[in-house]
Design a protein around this ligand. Structure first.
Ligand SMILES: [Zn+2]
Length: 281
């Protein structure tokens, strides 16, 4: 039985969290676990005593390191979208295997040089980004964490992280794995739920649906009107401008129900992935 905590009550819990998503993250399977405050799976909300005792008592088996971005998401989505979405999936997945997995502080700026012609995007150089992720993994290893899942929510981070994994594993000597949360979506799932037949995409049907389900307060619908916005955008490349128009068109296909379905699929997939991670795979 799923129990939905009231928005007001959950907001009180999450006031201090930078990537809080009040409406969904308080949904916990009461029948299986009882209510677990989502802050319990956030490493940064734990005390050192809680962390130490969980690790030394053999309770804590793995840590997720979420990686996202702070980058333009067209006119209508907040720039924290990728970080907020991957962190939400990570937290809900960790709750499903509570108390065996914690979520580390998200890496909230990623590799986004391709969006630097849109105002607001923050970007790290590939080597800076990889060094930050590596140092977080090394910190966890130093404390005795044996299993790490780097869980990514931004396309530009994916290939560099994937390529870096063998070196991370070799240098750290522990089980470090990498996935994007959209690895949950087979072509059949994407066909079934996305009219555009695309996921993840960028600020289009998938991400807008996700935001509608997870954090609707981060959507500014008037921004989906591309015709109105285009003269103020100053996009230099014609191809990039065409792409932008297409994203805006596809964003109009978004619905809350699609977002809820895709989020639930990602969390189910992650719960299974975490079980395998704990087992060393
Ligand atoms: Zn995105």
């Amino acid at each position: 039985m799923k129990t939905q905590i009231t928005r007001r009550a959950s907001l009180a819990c999450f006031a201090a969290a930078p990537f809080a998503v009040p409406s969904l993250e308080a949904t916990v399977d009461r029948a299986a676990n009882g209510y677990v405050d989502v802050r319990k799976v956030r490493l940064w909300e734990n005390t050192r005593k809680e962390f130490r005792e969980s690790l030394e008592g053999g309770v804590l088996k793995a840590v997720i390191v979420p990686t996202g971005s702070t980058e333009q998401h067209n006119e209508h989505l907040a720039m924290i979208h990728d970080t907020a979405s991957v962190t939400l999936v990570a937290e809900l997945g960790a709750l499903r295997v509570y108390p065996q997995v914690l979520v580390a502080t998200p890496v909230s700026v990623g590799i986004s040089p391709h969006w630097m012609d849109r105002k607001g995007t923050l970007s790290l150089k590939k080597e800076t980004f990889l060094a930050v992720v590596y140092d977080i993994c090394e910190s966890l290893k130093t404390h005795g964490v044996a299993n790490i899942l780097v869980l990514n929510g931004h396309g530009g981070n994916a290939a560099p992280l994937q390529e870096a994994m063998p070196e991370f594993r070799r240098k750290l000597g522990i089980n470090v794995q990498f996935n994007c949360y959209w690895d949950a979506y087979s072509p059949e799932i994407i066909r079934k739920y996305m009219e555009s037949n695309k996921a993840p995409g960028h600020a289009a049907e998938f991400e807008t649906s996700f935001a509608m389900a997870a954090f609707p307060e981060r959507i500014h619908w008037e921004g989906v009107d591309y015709e109105k916005a285009k003269s103020s955008l100053h996009i230099k490349s014609p191809e990039s401008a065409r792409q932008e128009e297409q994203f805006a068109r596809e964003a109009k296909l978004a619905t809350t129900a699609k977002g809820e379905a895709m989020l639930a699929i990602a969390v189910d997939w992650l719960a299974g992935r975490l079980q395998r991670l704990i087992a060393g795979a």
